[in-house]
Design a protein around this ligand. Structure first.
Ligand SMILES: C[S@@+](CC[C@H](N)C(=O)[O-])C[C@H]1O[C@@H](n2cnc3c(N)ncnc32)[C@H](O)[C@@H]1O
Length: 224
């Protein structure tokens, strides 16, 4: 899978994609991450990418023509609209979740657009397939949201993690069961004895049960 990220600040991505699972996925060529500098599509000698909002107001708005050029140049002309999607990171979008992450991994090419400043010209909506939000709060730019979305997707790409690792993780169905490691007693706090029994059938049943009851208690919206 290829993920292209359109950003004013490609330097911000140095680090988050150079460690751990994302790094390994890139090395194994299961995922490629393509950082596209929006500034390269700016106009004139100063490569202008933004301007003041019509009607007045604070800040600067990313220009529609600049973003359309960047999108068109980044799109893979050989892919169909089912294989490739353009998504704007935006507080107006649907809130990103695990289900959406799984759905997006079916694509061959995902193009993420990072807004910045006061946002993007509304007419950009004519050149994209959708918008995603990371929650009901405002961050400075789409870069951190793009990192979150990319990380969540990469671990779901086939072959990145061992078979079955993600199937019991929180949000695939319910919240994950509680986990413990050595020592088995710490300051009078003991690990549930079932986990020391060696009976894998019983352990599995216990984990399923507790996973459901924990979810019903902490996130009733997920068991409906
Ligand atoms: C400072 S924000 C602009 C906020 C905009 N003025 C508003 O009130 O809706 C700049 C950019 O950060 C990104 N952004 C901010 N909060 C986000 C969120 N919750 N989810 C996804 N992207 C977000 C978007 O790309 C946005 O264009």
């Amino acid at each position: 899978m290829k993920i292209s990220i359109l950003t004013l600040f490609p330097e911000m991505f140095v680090g988050p994609f150079d460690f751990s699972i994302v790094k390994k996925a890139k090395e194994k060529k299961l995922v490629s991450i393509n950082l596209v500098k929006i500034r390269d599509f700016g106009k004139g000698r100063h490569k202008v990418v933004d301007d003041k909002p019509y009607g007045g107001g604070h800040g600067m708005i990313l220009k529609v023509d600049v973003l359309e050029r960047a999108i068109n140049k980044t799109k893979d002309k050989n892919l169909s609209s089912d294989e490739q999607k353009v998504i704007l990171l935006s507080p107006h979008g649907k809130t990103f979740n695990q289900k959406m992450a799984l759905e997006l991994t079916k694509l061959k090419h995902l193009i993420l657009i990072c807004g910045h400043y006061e946002g993007v010209d509304e007419r950009v909506s004519n050149f994209i397939d959708g918008e995603l939000s990371i929650g009901d709060f405002i961050v400075t730019g789409g870069e951190i949201p793009a990192m979150l979305v990319t990380d969540a997707l990469v671990r779901l790409v086939k072959g990145v993690l061992k078979e079955g690792v993600t199937s019991a993780e929180s949000f695939t169905n319910f919240l994950e069961y509680p986990q413990y490691t050595k020592p088995n007693t710490y300051k009078n706090l003991s690990v549930p004895s079932i986990l020391l029994s060696g009976d894998h059938g019983k352990i599995k049943a216990w984990r399923n049960k507790i996973s459901f009851s924990l979810t019903a208690k902490l996130r009733p919206d997920l068991v409906r």
